[in-house]
Design a protein around this ligand. Structure first.
Ligand code: SAH
Length: 248
């Protein structure tokens, strides 16, 4: 699967727990390749605890001394930044566009690296200069810095969605929608009931029925929902709902 051509690179992560959480985030999205640049402490029990069964990713993690080594065999290098400055020299994407961009690169058999910075200070200028593009996750401008593993989660998800071999979910309900005539019968029934319970004054109807029509008209009522509505109106009328008056 092409997602295996994505390498997540974490630079000088201070908290081993974050490495474990990042591994878990990657595994949930089908990514597998983790590269650690000079982690402060790794391997570490906190990493294993936080990885929660994504230990295989930790076991296979590559550890290197600098970013250059981490990206040597990659064709596309994308940095991440908690700050967004319009006039930077880098092309900057949001995560959705980044996912599509990565998806296209994967479909051309390219190897992609996504680079994540230090918890406190992010990426250095030198590291940024090794990136071809930047991604910024749009956040509250007054509090823009996500936990590094959360950033890994969001970008892994978007890469998964952008990869061509993942089918998007587009499951729409496929129930029969009722006809205009059926709805007309319901509106008549509703109007009668509203008059009976003295909610609607036929001498002064104002816009009650047109408004209700507008509301129900927006929602594409299905057959089973129409039966429900007719049953409810009958109940409001103080009648028991039976098969016989269902069609009335
Ligand atoms: N004070 C640092 C924050 C680093 S947060 C800074 O301003 O750069 C640690 C890492 O998490 C970042 O280097 C980046 O890789 C990722 N990250 C956090 N928030 C992000 C955001 N809004 N968009 C993209 N990446 C983010």
């Amino acid at each position: 699967m092409s997602l295996s051509n994505i390498r997540i690179v974490l630079i000088q992560t201070s908290h081993p727990g974050n490495i474990g959480s990042a591994a878990r985030a990657m595994k949930t999205m089908g990514l597998s390749e983790l590269c650690l640049v000079k982690p402060k402490r790794f391997p570490a029990p906190e990493a294993n605890v936080m990885s929660s069964n994504a230990e295989d990713i930790l076991d296979n993690a590559i550890i290197v001394d600098n970013l250059q080594q981490a990206i040597a065999d990659c064709h596309v290098v994308i940095g991440t930044s908690a700050r967004y400055e319009r006039n930077l020299r880098w092309e900057t994407f949001d995560p959705r566009y980044c996912g599509e961009f990565v998806g296209k690169a994967l479909s051309k058999n390219k190897k992609v690296a996504l680079i994540f910075g230090r918890e406190r200070s992010g990426l250095t200028n030198e590291e940024l200069s090794m990136c071809q593009h930047l991604v910024h996750i749009p956040t509250n401008p007054d509090y823009s810095s996500l936990n590094v593993a959360s950033a890994v989660q969001i970008l892994s998800y978007e890469c998964r969605m952008g990869a061509k071999d993942i089918k998007p979910i587009r499951h729409e309900l496929n129930e029969e929608v009722v006809s205009a005539e059926d709805m007309e019968g319901f509106y008549q029934h509703l109007e009668t009931a509203l008059i009976e319970v003295e909610f609607l004054n036929p001498e002064n109807p104002r816009y009650l029925m047109p408004r209700l029509r507008r509301m129900y008209g927006r929602i594409n009522v299905t057959r089973s929902e129409l039966s429900l509505l007719r049953g409810m109106v009958s109940a409001f009328q103080g009648r028991k709902f039976t098969r016989r008056n269902k069609e009335s």
